[in-house]
Design a protein around this ligand. Sequence first.
Ligand SMILES: [Ca+2]
Length: 468
Amino acid sequence: MMSNRIKQSLLVTCVCLAAGRGVAAETKPNFVFMLTDDQRWDALGVVQREQGDKGRFPWLKTPNLDKLAAEGVRFRNAFVVNSLCAPSRASFLTGTYGHHNGIRNNGTPFPADSITYASVLRSAGYTTGYVGKWHMDQQRGQRPGFDYSASFIGQGRYRDCPFEVNGKQTETTGWVDDVSTDYAIQFLNENRGKPFVLALGFKTCHGPFSPPPRRASDYEGAKARPVPNLGSAAPYRKETGPEGRVGASFAGDGSPKLLDYMRCITAMDENVGRVMAELDRLGAADNTVVVFAGDNGYYLREHGLGDKRTAYEESLRIPLLVRWPGRAAKGKLVDQMVLNIDLAPTILELAGVPVPAQMQGRSWRPLLEGKTVPWRRSFYYEYFFEAPFASPHVQAVRTERGKLIRYPGHPEWSELFDLAADPYETKNLINDPAKADLHRELEAEFQRERQKVEGGDPTTSRPAASTR
Ligand SMILES: [Ca+2]
């Protein structure tokens, strides 16, 4: 047993060491970015409780994420600019659309010379670590921009997944997200006291939805509640047939696949708790910005669909939580529209590092600090057809009020929704003369936003009010 005197002495020593780091420690926060795979925005306990009677899964338990939300900021309108795994991950890393970073589908390796939050922070003296799912086709080796990586190839697998640790093949045993979290905790321990950024990519809750044994009997007998758009078939389904092999397996509201999706989330949530507890144990929590997000949404029979890719809300929206101790109010809700391309500029700005001009997103800092600033009122979305999946090429614009969806080559499938009046997107107003004003407004937004994203000068995609 350690005497109180020795404990006090150690405490003084630690305080002095911390003070020795002085300004650097004050101005260089650490970052932990946790990213799940295919977790839709409402697959959080705290969101289900907020939704009340409208919640589809009121029985879902995510106590650690709920705690993170209570200690930080919950973004209620967070979206991705391409609802697909690798493109979304590339957008999180680079702060740009696939038009600029080159990752438009799941079959493209991530260019090693990409400018990312990690490559920029590494140049600024941070130690950078990547753990878990990376994807980007079957890319192997050290993850670009990261000093340390412990990551698996492609989709990996839920049980006994082979990893590459700094590029070296390494066998592992157990449930993949437990293993990733072990590596993450090791990284935190080895880099305590340095400025660091750690990205942790969970496999949860991607197919084939295999929870660890400890959670395998959770939610037995639970069913999803119905929502108004289960029968609102997507127009393209008439020609392409049911969407995706995975989605077809969610045939019943209480199907084993649905329950396994949620069991994976609850098991992953335990690992979020382990990371947070380790930050506390290391005394790093107060100087670490924690971000939790999903890489894309997921249809659970809405519009007759499974999977993601297309532009309805269930596919576009992601969970997003940010804890910035001492700076962002606890339990704060933010309703402005934020995007996956915003993460990189946010991390860099909070680190006090200049944001490269090519980054198309915008830092969340003013929203985290509760400032009233002009903010984006619309954004452009694009999914690029990828064989053998049935989802067609999609281009869309979403505003705070509505959405215009186009399917290139199929003008007859175009859709217009009044999100304020019809949040479940059940009434296509594209040919409704009474909604001609909304149609004109969204058409103009579509052209404007598309031009900003695709245009020759990506820096113009930032709002005029942006300081960068
Ligand atoms: Ca995904």
